[in-house]
Design a protein around this ligand. Structure first.
Ligand code: NI
Length: 391
């Protein structure tokens, strides 16, 4: 089987590279993935699959049914690009000013299309089903919720995904059991004070001074309230107030993000932040409005599915090419949402020497496409064959 599979992947490699370059040249921002979705739907249709389009936005879903009944594995790829002006000299450089596939979702989409094509040719030998989920709007952490609410995880026994990773060598993967990436949620604070002439501060309730105290007090949540062994990030990224140096404004607007690695801590953060914000404001005679926006949970990789990926990885790439990711990242990834519906795991696919993701010279490594396809295919075949692999 491995050799047959490799030959099948060899045969589609040139086409995959062409597809990836086409997607790279034509990136689309979150919630605008219309042409990308159309291309995906067309390719899946050519494989004889029944394709659903417009799922939770521009999402595309298709299920490959094997010859015999069995379990269902979902594989998810994200399709959206970022608002970055590409600064590369690649012949397939982005044609969209200010929009770029700087996170490699062009590679993820291509790998899942290649996986669908490879597995479709093997459906006669397959037991169970593989569902291909092409998700829009990952970068704004909105697409996964919408797709899951639209029912893409109905009947799914496990779910997997990958992310291309520059710090890992080509031909290598990174795996991690348990927490892999953080939750991400946002908050907004509007502080209402009392404006006055800058020379008469006693006539004011200065929202800038109150806001500065709020920012400082919020930092003590991580240093004094949460367990040092349980990582949390509280960052205030926006602080807007005032129009002139000699006017104390009436209001200040602050916004920030909260990252956690456990759902328990995640659930505790809105009340903690609200308590500090309202307490500081009350002490300073200001009033405030506070809003907390739910984003995405932490990515918690299921140990059984993670082991399956690692095992298949060691067999496919060699023992030394399956790396254990030492620490979780405080970055976020809305793949976490799928894990609320079924156990699963995400792994990192090594891209070798390339610029970091989310930078203007990043490019997905074409030679990694086939590695991703082979791993997805072999993990799928193993999962569907072996009920014990879901431990
Ligand atoms: Ni990404």
């Amino acid at each position: 089987m491995p050799d047959t599979l490799r030959r099948a992947i060899d045969a589609i490699e040139p086409e995959m590279i062409e597809t990836r370059h086409h997607l790279h040249q034509n990136p689309e921002l979150s919630f605008q993935e219309e042409k990308t979705a159309a291309l995906v739907a067309e390719r899946l249709g050519q494989l004889g699959l029944t394709v659903q389009t417009g799922v939770g936005g521009h999402g595309v879903v298709a299920t490959l049914q094997g010859a015999r009944p069995g379990r269902t594995l979902a594989i998810r790829a994200d399709m959206d690009a970022l608002p970055i002006q590409e600064q590369s000299r690649l012949p397939y450089c982005s044609r969209q000013p200010g929009v770029m596939h700087a996170c490699g979702h062009d590679g993820h989409t291509t790998i899942l299309l290649g996986t669908a094509k490879t597995l479709a040719a093997l459906r006669g030998e397959m037991a169970g089903n593989v569902r291909f989920i092409f998700q829009p709007a990952e970068e704004v952490v909105g697409g996964a919720h919408r797709m899951c609410e639209a029912g893409v995880m109905d009947g799914v026994d496990a779910v997997i995904a990958l992310h291309g990773w520059p710090q890992i060598g080509l031909g290598q993967i990174g795996v991690r059991s348990g927490a892999m990436m953080a939750s991400a949620e946002t908050f907004e604070i509007r502080i209402q004070g009392q404006g006055a002439h800058a020379a008469y501060p006693h006539l004011s309730v200065d929202p800038i001074v109150v806001g500065a105290q709020v920012v400082t007090a919020l930092q003590t949540l991580v240093s004094r309230e949460t367990d040092p062994n349980d990582p949390v990030v509280v960052t205030v990224g926006q602080f807007h107030a005032g129009t002139a140096y000699n006017i104390i404004p009436g209001t200040a607007h602050l916004a920030g993000t909260v990252r956690t690695l456990s759902n328990e801590t995640r659930r505790s953060m809105p009340d903690r932040i609200r308590r500090v914000v309202e307490g500081v404001c009350a002490a300073a005679r200001a009033s405030c409005e506070f809003a907390y926006h739910e984003g995405t949970p932490p990515v918690m990789n299921d140990p059984g599915i993670n082991n399956l990926i690692a095992e298949v990885g060691r067999e496919t790439l060699g023992e030394e090419n399956v790396l254990t990711i030492p620490h979780p990242s405080m970055g976020a990834e809305d793949f976490a949402v799928y894990l609320d519906y079924a156990p699963g795991a995400m792994f990192r696919l090594g891209l070798g020497e390339t610029a970091p993701i989310h930078t203007p010279t990043f490019d997905f490594e074409d030679r990694a496409l086939r590695v991703g396809v082979e791993l997805f295919c072999r993990v799928a075949l193993r999962f569907l064959d072996d009920p014990a692999s879901k431990r």
